[in-house]
Design a protein around this ligand. Structure first.
Ligand SMILES: [Zn+2]
Length: 549
């Protein structure tokens, strides 16, 4: 029999097998028993807390002909149909990979058709916050007038990224982290089941390291068992120390140094450790994104990404070895692979292809590097112009920074270490257009606030209405938005823009989702205006007319 990862073997089959989340399970059981099923659920919580497992059980339970205490019976006709993976009544979508407008259309079409066997057709949408605007709109339309046979179960690790219009139409359940004691109990069952000898101390160390996520806990145990039949604390420490992050650093290092042989060896090692190419690809994207942010924002990433100082330091050190253009190119390749992976018959081949592409540099990469060089030269010229205007002579060693990056040490490194100017010059209201003002503001920030300037490189200037300058985060960098809108950073950016424009200017950072939300709110407002136009703005009370007694 093929080896099956522990977390798959121990995925709960029904509510009684779930670990933790007792209050949620109780409510869901009650809903199944009474048949009071809302049209949309929202399961929130960090990874590995049981959202997807609960969704799958619930999907089967509400379709079961004879549920037992809210659990699917596992025996009736529908239960047996639902157990086969290819049932058409339970549709699982990963929003991270089903993002296109094509998928949105398919969704809108498919909800029209009734379920094949059971009472409900259930859509489980994982990572729902990753949906595109089109997909959100399609989902909203369905949630507004849901066909009676449709149930949505949306799962997300980041509910705060969801539009209010979606949130308000879902019944929300928050999955807390599972206490270490309960995780340890399940680890004990799994270790015994696998015939492995494990000490209590070892299992407790795993439970703690998994930070409340059952899936991670079982994966770590799996790795430990892979090393030997006796799992003790020393082995766990060993495995934890050499696991994920350290491995990702080795991998990105191999990519950056264009070492194809090492890269392929590491992929092989990853596969032998029982990891899935898709999950690994996503980790590599995350890792490269963090490296890029470390390169551009420096120490700020500790705060922005909620990392420990030591970890942030590790990223900063590693990022010094790779140029910005190389990192962007690699990140681009891996983000594309995340969506393309499903087209490969063997995901491993897809992963190997992309990794090799990163190692064997392409023409586009060289163009990117060239663009970086041009931007760098432009910046040096503007600095020179400033200094000449102030009548300052350039010290002889001043331009050494620009020459270094031929070795791939990255123009951004030079940019970040640019000397700090005393204070931005206040310009009289010049005839500068909005775009020119933005560019000038950026130039000032580069000198006075290099880390903010670095963050602004992770998105695009969207234009200005004259006084408000809008900026949108690139996909994958949504996390920067909140940081840039913090009062402290926002006011620094506004200061620079105001200086460049000569009039009071403001700044707004948005991401794709916020934009979608704004558009939705705008259409809500329009709707309210129509109502006001028709009925006037006076408060109206609706009175139910009782039949005459
Ligand atoms: Zn059943």
């Amino acid at each position: 029999m093929a080896y099956q990862a522990l977390y798959r073997q121990w995925r709960p089959r029904d509510f009684s097998h779930m670990v933790g989340q007792e209050a949620i399970v109780e409510t869901l059981r009650h809903q199944v028993e009474t048949g009071r099923i809302p049209h949309a659920y929202l399961f929130c919580g960090s990874r590995g807390t049981g959202k997807t497992s609960a969704a799958k059980i619930l999907a089967r339970a509400i379709n079961c002909k004879h549920p037992k205490n809210g659990d699917p019976c596992g025996e009736c006709e529908t239960c047996r149909q639902m157990q086969s993976e290819d049932t058409l009544d339970i549709i699982e979508m990963d929003a991270a990979s089903n993002r296109g407008s094509e998928d949105a259309r398919t969704l809108r079409e498919s909800v029209k058709y009734p379920p094949q066997y059971g009472k409900y057709k259930v859509y489980i949408v994982d990572e729902v916050h990753m949906l595109t605007k089109e997909a959100f709109n399609a989902l909203l339309k369905t949630l507004e007038e849901p066909p009676a046979h449709i149930v949505f179960i949306l799962a997300t690790t980041e509910p705060q990224q969801l539009p209010a219009t979606i949130l308000s139409r879902c019944q929300r359940f928050d999955f807390g982290r599972i206490p270490a004691g309960q995780i340890m109990g399940r680890l004990r069952e799994a270790a015994d089941g696998a015939g492995a000898e494990a000490t209590d101390g070892a299992l407790m160390a795993i439970a703690k390291a998994s930070e409340g996520g059952m899936r991670d806990a079982l994966s770590i145990l799996d790795m430990c068992i892979g090393y030997g039949q006796k799992v003790d604390e020393a082995l766990v420490q060993n495995v934890l120390g050499t696991s994920d992050r350290a491995f990702l650093f080795r991998f990105s290092q191999a990519l950056a140094s264009e070492n194809a042989a090492d890269t392929l060896r590491l992929i092989d090692e990853m596969m032998r450790n029982g990891k899935e190419p898709a999950a690994f690809t996503r980790s590599v994207s995350d890792h490269l994104r963090t490296l890029l942010m470390a390169k551009c924002c420096g120490k700020e990433i500790a705060e922005v990404l909620d990392l420990s100082d030591a970890t942030a330091e590790e990223y900063i050190r590693a990022s010094e070895q790779i140029s910005v253009s190389r990192m962007m190119e690699m990140l681009d390749q891996f983000m594309r692979l995340e969506t393309d992976l499903r087209y490969y018959a063997s995901p491993r081949i897809g992963l190997e292809n992309t990794s090799l592409k990163c190692c064997l540099r392409t023409k586009e990469a060289d163009t990117l590097a060239l663009n970086d060089r041009i931007a760098e030269l432009e910046n040096q010229m503007s600095d020179l112009r400033d200094q000449l205007a102030k009548g300052v002579r350039l010290p002889a060693n001043e331009n050494a920074g620009g020459a270094q990056d031929r070795k791939g040490n990255g123009p951004a490194a030079a940019r970040i270490s640019a000397p700090k100017a005393e204070s931005p010059r206040t310009l009289t209201p010049t005839g500068r257009g909005a775009d020119e003002t933005w560019k000038e503001g950026l130039r000032q920030l580069q000198k006075t606030e290099p880390s903010i300037h670095g963050m602004l490189q992770m998105g695009q200037y969207q234009g200005s209405d004259g006084t408000t300058f809008k900026w949108k985060a690139n996909p994958g960098f949504e996390i920067i938005v909140q940081s840039l809108n913090s009062p402290e950073r926002k006011s620094k950016i506004e200061e620079a823009l105001t200086a460049a424009a000569g009039i009071q200017s403001s700044f707004l950072a948005v991401d794709r989702l916020q934009e979608a939300r704004e558009n939705a709110e705008a259409s809500d407002e329009e709707y309210m205006r129509e109502i006001y136009d028709t009925f006037g703005r006076e408060p109206v009370s609706v009175v139910e007319k009782l039949p005459d007694a």
